[in-house]
Design a protein around this ligand. Structure first.
Ligand SMILES: *Cc1c(COP(=O)(O)O)cnc(C)c1O
Length: 377
C-alpha cells in the first residue's frame, strides 16, 4: 500500500503541473533577472509573470507583491520591516496567542527590544476575541497581526471585522494567510488588510518560496540588505524557479478551487462522522474548534485516554503520516500553545492531534485510516 498522507497543513506534495513547469525552467531559465541580455530578460519575464498571477488572483497591484523564501520570512519582513520604517507610530503592538511560531517569536523578540505587546486570548473554540482587541488598541498602537486561519484547528478568524475596525482607527493590519490561501478567495483590499503573508508549499507549490502583499500605502524596511531587487524590499538574486512554481501553483489552485473544496468538504464530513461514530464507540471523541467555521482540510480531534505520541508512531508504522499539531512542535514534547490558549487541560492536550487532508485525499484512504486507528486504540 502506498503511504497515506494526512499532514497537508504541514506541507503539500507539489502538483504535477508545478513539477513539470519547474523542471523545464531549471534547464532553460538560468539567467539572472538583473542582467540586461536575452537570458536575463527571460528570467525577469518569468518572475514578472508570477507576480502578475499573484496580483490578479488577489486583485491587487503587481508592485504590491514581494517574493520571499516563504511564510516565515514574509511574517518577519512585514512585522519588523513595518515597525523599523514607522518608528513614530508608537511602541504598542498586538497579536494573538494562537499565531504560528514565526509571528509569536517575532513579537517576543520585539518585546525584548522594548515594544509593549498585547497577546490576545481566544475563546474555548479557538476564535480570537474581537471585543478584547477593540479594548486593547491605544493611541500608540503601531501594528496588529492576526492570522487568517489557524494551522492547528483550521478555525477561520474574523479578519473582515478586524480589518474594518483597524482601518477606522488608522492602524496597520497584517494577517498571516498561509493556511487560508487556496482555501477560499481572498481580496485583501476588500478586507482592509495592510499586508498579508503567503507560502507556496502549503498549496502544492515548492518549499522555500512565497510572497507578501503589502499595500502601496505602506513602506517596509528590508530585512535582508544587498541589491535593489523586489523594489528594494528584499535583496538577493530572485529564486526564479521557486517564483515560477509559486505562480503555477497559485494559478492552478485558483482554477480548481471550487472542485477541490467540494471534495475536501465531503471527505472532512465523512472523516468526522467516522471519528464520532466509530472511534467514539471506543473512547470519547471531540472535534476541537468543531463548533466554528473552519477550512475544509483541517480536523483537530481529541480522543480520550489516548497517548498521541504513541498513536502517531503506530500510525506511521502502518504507512499513515499524521502529525501532532504543528510541524514546529513535533520532535519536542511541548504541548500545543494553540490548544492551551483554548483553555484545554493537560489530559486534553496530550490526547489531541491534527488530521489534514489534501486535494487528492480519497474516501478509501479515510477508511483505511479509521480502520487502523480503531485497531490501535
Ligand atoms: C507553514 C506556516 C508558516 C510558515 O511558512 P514557511 O513557508 O514554512 O516558512 C507560517 N504561518 C502558518 C500559519 C503556517 O501554517
Amino acid at each position: 500500500m502506498e503511504l497515506i498522507y494526512l499532514d497537508n497543513a504541514a506541507t503539500t506534495k507539489m502538483s504535477e503541473r508545478v513539477i513539470e513547469e519547474m523542471t523545464k525552467s531549471f534547464k532553460e531559465v538560468y539567467g539572472n533577472p538583473f542582467s540586461t541580455h536575452t537570458l536575463g530578460q527571460k528570467a525577469k519575464a518569468v518572475v514578472e509573470n508570477a507576480r502578475h498571477i499573484a496580483a490578479k488572483n488577489l486583485q491587487v497591484e503587481a508592485k504590491e507583491i514581494v517574493f520571499t523564501s516563504g511564510g516565515t520570512e514574509g511574517n518577519n519582513l512585514v512585522i519588523k520591516g513595518f515597525l523599523k520604517e514607522n518608528k513614530n507610530k508608537g511602541k504598542h503592538i498586538i497579536t494573538t496567542k494562537i499565531e504560528h511560531s514565526s509571528v509569536l517569536k517575532t513579537f517576543e523578540n520585539l518585546e525584548k527590544q522594548g515594544y509593549e505587546v498585547t497577546f490576545l486570548d481566544v475563546t474555548k473554540d479557538g476564535i480570537v476575541d474581537v471585543k478584547q482587541l477593540k479594548n486593547a488598541v491605544r493611541e500608540d498602537t503601531a501594528l496588529v497581526s492576526v492570522m487568517f486561519v489557524n494551522n492547528e484547528t483550521g478555525v477561520i478568524q474574523p479578519i473582515k471585522e478586524i480589518g474594518e475596525f483597524l482601518e477606522e482607527k488608522g492602524i496597520f493590519f497584517h494577517t498571516d494567510a498561509v493556511q487560508a490561501i487556496g482555501k477560499f478567495k481572498i481580496y485583501p483590499k476588500e478586507l482592509k488588510i495592510g499586508a498579508l503573508t503567503v507560502s507556496s508549499h502549503k498549496f502544492y507549490g515548492p518549499k522555500g518560496a512565497g510572497f507578501v502583499f503589502i499595500d502601496k500605502k505602506y513602506n517596509v524596511e528590508k530585512e535582508i540588505c544587498g541589491g535593489s531587487q523586489e523594489r528594494n524590499r528584499r535583496a538577493g538574486t530572485e529564486n526564479v524557479n521557486g517564483i515560477l512554481g509559486t505562480g503555477v501553483a497559485l494559478e492552478e489552485i485558483y482554477e480548481k478551487m471550487d472542485k477541490v473544496l467540494k471534495n475536501e468538504e465531503k471527505i472532512q464530513k465523512y472523516l468526522e462522522e467516522k471519528l464520532k461514530n466509530e472511534i467514539g464507540k471506543i473512547q470519547r471523541v471531540e472535534i476541537n474548534g468543531g463548533n466554528l467555521e473552519r477550512v475544509k482540510n483541517i480536523t483537530n480531534v481529541f480522543i480520550e485516554n489516548t497517548d498521541i505520541q504513541m498513536l502517531l508512531v503506530a500510525l506511521d508504522m502502518r504507512g499513515i503520516c499524521v502529525s501532532g499539531g504543528s510541524a514546529c512542535m513535533s520532535g519536542s514534547l511541548e504541548n500545543s500553545h494553540v490548544l492551551k490558549a483554548m483553555g484545554m487541560d493537560d489530559e486534553k492536550l496530550k490526547s489531541s492531534f491534527r488530521i489534514s487532508i489534501g486535494k487528492d485525499t480519497t474516501i478509501e484512504e479515510i477508511d483505511y485510516f479509521i480502520e487502523n486507528l480503531k485497531e490501535i486504540i
